[in-house]
Design a binder for this molecule. Structure first.
Ligand SMILES: Cc1cc2nc3c(=O)[nH]c(=O)nc-3n(C[C@H](O)[C@H](O)[C@H](O)COP(=O)(O)OP(=O)(O)OC[C@H]3O[C@@H](n4cnc5c(N)ncnc54)[C@H](O)[C@@H]3O)c2cc1C
Length: 413
């Protein structure tokens, strides 16, 4: 008798190979392609658990570092399904760009978050009650089974489904009444796809700070439905809490910096962890030296995130060497990067544009140091970013409305 109804063979898409190489990202993209159309629209909201990721792409760790690019992903999905069938998936990819553009025009929101985060971390060393609540939450010992399971998933695997991230953040803020900034900090330390804009702004969105007065409340019934009955925290959640407010923080958008261009015909190329795809950079000059600026380690070095990050850096160096036929050093400090750049005897160093965040701040220091030696650091912004970021002046709707034109300009409509 056929046993197909009880076939124990897992769906090939269920398990994700979380290896920090471009090849692993491309393999996941190819495997996911058939599911990126109407199946994604229908099923994407369900968190089927860590052993079944067949209904979402799980491409975020590769996209966050541009081991694979947004343009590649959208182009492949368009070629497989066309815009109408894949619109939902394409919208999600553009959410990533929306958050980036939104923050790029409001860097003060990140500055405020960082100041608050540092102050709250300090407070947690002095306030015994806060310290205890925080340590129970981070250890997954709250007694709310779904939350505790997501903590384990986050701290071991480094990845959570989007809906689980929303429920998690909501429970952290409204049920456990912990500061959202410390939740965002906890996510950032562990997520393989940790992204300054998507993470900080999504936490603000859940709290009700992005769209003033509109917060996201996790409901037990919704969790039960979308975890297929694995969890039901009935009676355990604050389902009527009020949104947070953030008085005095100006979120009016400022202008984006203009695109920068190379003038010289011989340049050095400095890669960094925000963009590890040198092969598709808009380079207009001969690269006479190439290297990688390392991201400082975050948290325990043996964690899943650091493992992915180190592998990604190694992979980027190998590909730099293949693309430009030269040894590509890894540089752990600005001093090393400065010495390397000056040793190339060039007047310009090209680098992918780093969106606001730790790498951009490092590069600003390097730019200044190089300038004092008469060398320009030229930040090359990809056309994808230059087209999408200016559309993040208000809500996502403005960008969403432009999607058919944005994807047509990729040459696929
Ligand atoms: C509190 C919270 C924190 C988050 N932190 C991060 C983060 O640090 N890094 C990160 O990349 N995403 C973050 N997200 C967004 C989203 O949860 C993940 O991008 C998504 O779950 C990744 O899974 P996937 O690759 O299967 O996405 P899919 O559903 O397959 O979507 C494809 C791609 O689109 C992008 N995307 C999808 N949904 C979103 C979204 N809501 N916002 C931004 N981009 C999106 C991702 O790059 C994703 O890989 C956060 C969301 C919340 C609610």
């Amino acid at each position: 008798m056929s046993s197909f109804l009880f076939d124990p063979t897992p769906h090939p898409l269920s398990r994700v190979d979380w290896t920090g190489t471009r090849a692993a990202g491309l393999a996941r993209l190819e495997a996911f392609l058939p599911a990126a159309g109407t199946a994604y629209t229908r099923t994407r909201n369900s968190d089927l658990g860590p052993d079944d990721r067949s209904n979402v792409s799980a491409l975020s760790p590769w996209l966050a570092r541009r081991l694979i690019t947004e343009e590649e992903v959208v182009s492949r999905v368009m070629a497989s399904h066309g815009f109408v069938k894949a619109e939902k998936f394409i919208q999600e990819v553009y959410w990533r760009s929306y958050w980036k553009g939104w923050l790029e025009m409001r860097p003060q929101v990140l500055t405020r978050f960082n100041l608050d985060r540092l102050a709250l971390n300090q407070l947690a060393t002095e306030d015994h009650e806060l310290a205890q609540k925080l340590s129970r939450a981070k250890a997954g010992e709250t007694g709310i089974a779904c939350f505790d399971a997501w903590v384990r998933e986050l701290t071991t695997l480094g990845w959570l489904h989007n809906h689980a991230r929303m429920w998690f953040a909501s429970i952290w803020i409204f049920t456990l009444e912990l500061p959202w900034q410390l939740g965002a900090d906890f996510f950032f330390k562990h997520l393989l796809d940790a992204d300054v804009a998507s993470n900080t702004l999504s936490w603000r969105w859940v709290a009700g700070l992005h769209t003033k007065g509109k917060h996201y409340l996790a409901r037990a019934s919704n969790i039960e439905t979308h975890t297929k009955g694995r969890f039901n925290p009935a009676g355990q959640l604050a389902e009527n809490a009020l949104p947070l407010s953030d008085p005095g923080l100006e979120t009016f958008p400022s202008a984006l910096p203009a695109d920068e261009i190379l003038f010289e015909d011989r340049v050095g190329l400095l890669l960094h962890g925000d963009d590890l795809h040198p092969e598709s950079l808009p380079l207009t000059a001969k690269v006479v030296g190439a290297g990688l600026l390392l991201v400082p380690e975050i948290g325990r070095t043996d964690g899943a995130k650091n493992k992915f990050q180190r592998r990604a850096e190694q992979n980027a160096c190998t590909r730099l060497e293949q693309a430009f036929g030269m040894e590509a050093p890894r540089m752990a400090s600005l001093e090393d990067a400065l010495d390397w750049a000056l040793g190339l005897d060039v007047r310009e160093i090209a680098t992918p544009y780093a969106p606001v965040g730790p790498i951009a701040w490092h590069l600003a220091d390097l730019k200044q140091a190089l300038a004092s030696h008469g060398v320009r650091l030229v930040r090359l912004r990809r056309p994808w970013d230059s087209r999408t970021w200016p559309l993040a002046t208000g809500g996502f709707f403005k960008l969403k409305e432009r999607l058919p034109y944005l994807v047509r300009d990729l040459g696929h409509l």
